[in-house]
Design a protein around this ligand. Structure first.
Ligand SMILES: [Cu+2]
Length: 170
């Protein structure tokens, strides 16, 4: 009887202190590593253009040119990869119609703080995301506009100087 008890006890010890836990930890680490090393890219499926755009604490997008197919549905994932707050380093993605005066639009946007710097009375916007702070992520879906080159900006005050890019529909 005593022997059986000892056997069970040592078996329990083995399970709780054994390699199981460590193995799982390693597994998690390797998953993390592989997802870090393979940054999501623009993916083109049938009828869908997937875009991955980021903004950081240095007031930069990860790309200043985005290409999508005419007629596609655009699925745009936007992530703030920094740590600063929305109030000090907020970022968004605002795609503007052609013919829009970008500087004028950005100046106007400053007045719409309560609306996440999106002018309420404008028709200049094709699509936009919400304003994000560090660590936040969002996704929007919209129909690609007709073939051509468009401008996208971050409408947070002052950011248009550095956060601006060309959205190409081809
Ligand atoms: Cu910004």
């Amino acid at each position: 009887m005593k022997n059986i008890f000892m056997l069970l006890f040592s078996a329990a010890l083995l399970i709780s202190c054994g390699g199981e836990g460590k193995k799982e930890e390693k597994k998690e680490n390797s998953i993390k590593l592989s997802s870090n090393s393979s940054e999501p890219k623009e993916v083109k499926e049938d009828g869908i253009s997937k875009v991955y755009l980021t903004g950081n604490d240095q007031m930069r997008y990860n790309k200043t040119e985005i290409k999508v197919n005419a007629g596609d549905k655009v699925v745009l994932t936007f992530e703030h990869v920094g740590t600063m707050s929305e109030a000090t380093m907020g970022h968004n993605f605002v795609l503007l119609k052609n013919g829009t005066d970008v500087q004028e639009f950005a100046q106007k946007a400053v007045e719409f703080k309560e609306n996440e710097y999106i002018p309420g009375d404008t028709e200049a916007i094709i699509a936009h995301t919400e304003m994000l702070g560090g660590g936040e992520k969002t996704q929007i879906t919209f129909q690609a506009p007709e073939k051509g080159e468009y401008t996208y900006i971050c409408s947070f005050p002052g950011h248009v100087a550095l956060m601006k890019g060309t959205f190409i529909v081809e």
